[in-house]
Design a binder for this molecule. Structure first.
Ligand SMILES: [Zn+2]
Length: 416
């Protein structure tokens, strides 16, 4: 599984990345939905989607193959859109306020604070906050809600500028941003600069342990630079003069970790929960390079099973449609090389996406209500994380004998 040809260097420790985790080929950006696929429409640009694992620090990462101005164009996409995410933010704010006794003399700083979806709950409880958000239009929404926001990309330089202005944090939050930053050490060093001596930072990220165990290769996309293990994150933290002292396991994004981090020489005691995550990673061999080598063949097997299913459906004249026009579906369909010959359309609730086309596969996106006119024999559910919800909402396909299909971690066909 050594990679031939020129290998890039690790984005954290600069070791040459000689080991492939999985190579998903050339694919368009996962969130670049197309308005037109007519004969005159230009082909969508494609970029290598190649995940590698560093043989030294074990950070799983994708190559930098996309120009930065392309990659951040969809940044506002992470807006506070879903009810469950808003509820997650509220319960986080309440738990942190109680656990760390935050009050009117504290300061909570959130990185990539978006439209203030999280900090607003601290504001409501009388705790001073500062958001840091690179998108000026999104930051303006936060300010309008009463959430002070500094418009900047976060890293050591931004942290030093704020520190010079007197900013020092009691709690810093970085939820689902660590995996998206290209320079992970510079980013984490910013926390070292802004945290008060006994202050705490929390980092939430999808846990690579779940990605490996459940073959969640469709969570790999260009905008998502790193796939994080505790073992790799602890190396980054140590380099920045920080350490983790506690961990929580979360159900979000197919299984996430929330790490509690403090200065290396702070008084926070290491928890049993943190040691348990370390032990799990050791058990899955994620603390050595061997644990990452079996992944790519398992991904190939998912594709083999899915293509065999499509071939059989086509041979027997069945209609196949898909559900869920999200990023992970695009990674999956493009890796499998699927197009409109195999799947007639994809249904999605987002009115902004309806009438458009998926990048690469070019499946037309239709409203869920259209399912009764398409009458698919098989409905392929792309977002496996909400499969049960999708099945419940589309139980009506039973009227014409329709069945549900999920492809990850293994192909499953079920009746409503
Ligand atoms: Zn490395």
């Amino acid at each position: 599984m050594m990679t031939t040809g020129h290998a890039p260097n690790c984005r954290f420790c600069a070791t040459p990345l000689t080991h492939t985790f999985v190579d998903l080929g050339k694919t368009p950006l996962a969130n670049s939905y197309l308005a037109d696929v007519g004969a005159d429409a230009p082909p969508e640009p494609v970029f290598d989607l190649h995940a590698r694992v560093c043989p030294s620090c074990l950070l799983v990462q994708v190559d930098d193959s996309v120009p930065p101005d392309e990659i951040f164009s969809d940044y506002a996409y992470f807006s506070s859109y879903s009810d469950s995410w808003v509820a997650h933010a509220r319960s986080y704010a309440e738990a942190m306020r109680k656990r760390f006794a935050l009050g009117a003399n504290s300061l909570v700083v959130e990185i990539a604070s978006n439209d203030g979806y999280l900090l607003q709950h601290f504001v409501a409880a009388g705790v001073p906050v500062l958001g840091i958000e690179p998108a000026a239009n999104v930051a303006a929404k936060a300010v309008a809600k009463g959430v002070p926001t500094d418009v900047a990309f976060f890293g050591e330089e931004t942290a030093r500028r704020l520190r010079a202005q007197g900013v020092a944090a009691d709690l810093m939050a970085a939820n689902n941003v660590l995996a998206h930053v290209p320079g992970i050490l510079d980013f984490v060093t910013g926390f070292k600069v802004l945290l008060k001596p006994e202050a705490v930072a929390t980092f939430e990220f999808p846990h690579v342990l779940n990605l490996v165990r459940d073959v969640q290769f469709d969570t790999i996309y260009h905008e998502h630079f790193s796939y994080l293990s505790l073992v790799a994150v602890e190396k980054v933290l140590a380099e920045a003069g920080l350490r983790a002292f506690d961990a929580e396991r979360l159900a979000t994004h197919g299984g996430s970790l929330r790490l509690f981090v403090a200065h290396r020489d702070s008084g926070h005691k290491e928890s049993e929960a943190l040691r348990s995550v370390r032990a799990d990673e050791h058990g899955a061999m994620l603390d050595r390079i061997d644990g990452y080598q079996a992944f790519a063949p398992r991904v190939e097997e998912v594709r083999r099973q899915f293509l065999a299913f499509l071939a059989e459906a086509r041979a027997s004249g069945k209609t196949v449609a898909a559900y869920g026009a999200a990023a992970k579906g695009n990674t999956f369909l493009n890796y499998c090389g699927v197009g409109t010959d195999d799947i007639v359309c994809v249904f999605d609730r987002s009115a902004e996406k309806q009438g458009r086309f998926l990048p690469g596969s070019r499946l037309p996106i239709r409203a869920p209500g259209d399912i009764t006119s398409v009458r698919p024999d098989y409905l392929v559910i792309l977002p496996w994380n909400i499969a049960e919800e999708v099945k419940a909402k589309n139980a009506g396909i039973a009227d014409w004998g329709g069945r549900f299909v999920t492809a990850i971690p293994t192909l499953e066909i079920s009746a409503p």
